[in-house]
Write a protein that binds this ligand. Structure first.
Ligand SMILES: Nc1ncnc2c1ncn2[C@@H]1O[C@H](COP(=O)(O)OP(=O)(O)OP(=O)(O)O)[C@@H](O)[C@H]1O
Length: 326
């Protein structure tokens, strides 16, 4: 009896499998006594820019290294682009990127570096034009300068250009925004957004909440080798309870009095009595009530802004909690 599935079903299954770029279950990785990753679960769908964030030593680079095939997990399962990763140290097909900065030849120019990498990757690699990728990352003007004289941001951009040479299906980047000036950041963000729109998945680490907010639809927060949050940024912001807000009004003294009388609003002690700006701690409904009361009292609200962004507050709360549970 022929047990093979009809062609349409096989094709359907293939697509289902490939729509997941990364699927990690129970990943553990230790270095001697240090447990760098402790039961990591991670799902990254195709075409998603997924941010990894966490305090120093949380395990971000270790996890990115596993995705790039630079190390293997002690236990757990890791599926990349539909294939289960074995014990061999090699980047699965379609995966590229870098951890700890890109590997470049300092004595060669930017263009020569890319030509050398393209030659190393051989004919099978789906290479795209060197000039195109240099243009994508904004390095056309320095294409014939030696990399030795490049700044950190320029090296990062060249590393990204090198990764683009192969039209990756999964791009893995450790702190790609390190050292980037605003123009560099714009180029890098533009490249990553375009890649994702074309179906490439990107997993990147960053310490910068503004980068994550600008780029990522989902983030995973690691603390001491564990996932303390994974999901959309909007859900992360909602995890925040009470935030501190800076308040600038037309009458600070009266405004302080009104704030002190509003239920659920706490005026911070550390703002000077005569300061024009002061800080209140409140949840959103109490803050709304405060604004209404200020306006009713004839006090104009000139500025009202969180002291730290809701994302940063949620990040701090979640990671500090994990640290204290250790
Ligand atoms: N090769 C190694 N040998 C020994 N310990 C290691 C090694 N690599 C990582 N570690 C340890 O594993 C833990 C996780 O390190 P990792 O570099 O993955 O963290 P990270 O989140 O990338 O930190 P950072 O934000 O500082 O880059 C740390 O305690 C680190 O000291």
């Amino acid at each position: 009896m022929n047990k093979s599935l009809p062609a349409t079903s096989v094709a359907g299954l293939g697509r289902l499998h490939e729509s997941v770029a990364v699927r990690a279950r129970g990943i553990v990785k230790s270095f001697g006594e240090v447990i760098a990753l402790d039961g990591i679960e991670l799902d990254v769908p195709q075409g998603q820019i997924h941010g990894l964030v966490g305090p120093n030593g949380a395990g971000k680079t270790t996890l990115l290294g596993l995705l790039l095939g630079l190390a293997v997990a002690d236990s757990g399962t890791l599926e990349i682009l539909g294939t289960t990763v074995g014990r061999a140290l090699a980047a699965p097909d379609g995966v590229t990127g870098f951890v700890d900065g890109p590997g470049l030849y300092p004595s060669l120019t930017a263009r020569q570096n890319l030509a050398a990498l393209a030659a190393l990757r051989g004919r099978e690699a789906r290479t795209v034009g060197i000039d195109d990728v240099l243009g994508d990352v904004g390095l056309t003007d320095v294409a014939d300068d030696r990399v030795r004289g490049f700044s950190l941001g320029m090296r990062q951009r060249l590393g990204l250009a090198a990764a683009l040479l192969t039209k990756p299906r999964l791009l893995v980047l450790d702190e790609p925004s390190n050292g980037l000036d605003p123009a560099g950041k714009k180029h890098v963000h533009g490249v990553l957004t375009r890649l994702a729109a074309d179906g490439t998945s990107v997993v990147l680490s960053s310490h910068r909440m503004d980068d994550l907010e600008a780029l990522c639809s989902e983030v995973t927060i690691l603390a001491t080798g564990r996932v303390v949050f994974s999901g959309p940024l909007s859900k992360l912001a909602a995890e925040t309870d009470e935030l501190g807000y800076r308040l600038l009004t037309s009458d600070p003294e009266a405004a302080r009095r009104v704030a002190g009388e509003t239920a659920g609003v706490r005026v911070a002690d550390d703002t000077g009595q005569n300061a024009a700006v002061f800080v209140v701690h409140a949840m959103v409904p109490a803050l709304d009530e405060l604004v209404v009361r200020l306006v009713q009292a004839g006090i104009a609200v000139r500025e009202l802004a969180p002291v730290v962004s809701p994302l940063e507050a949620a990040f701090l709360a979640l990671t500090e909690q994990q640290e204290s549970n250790r």
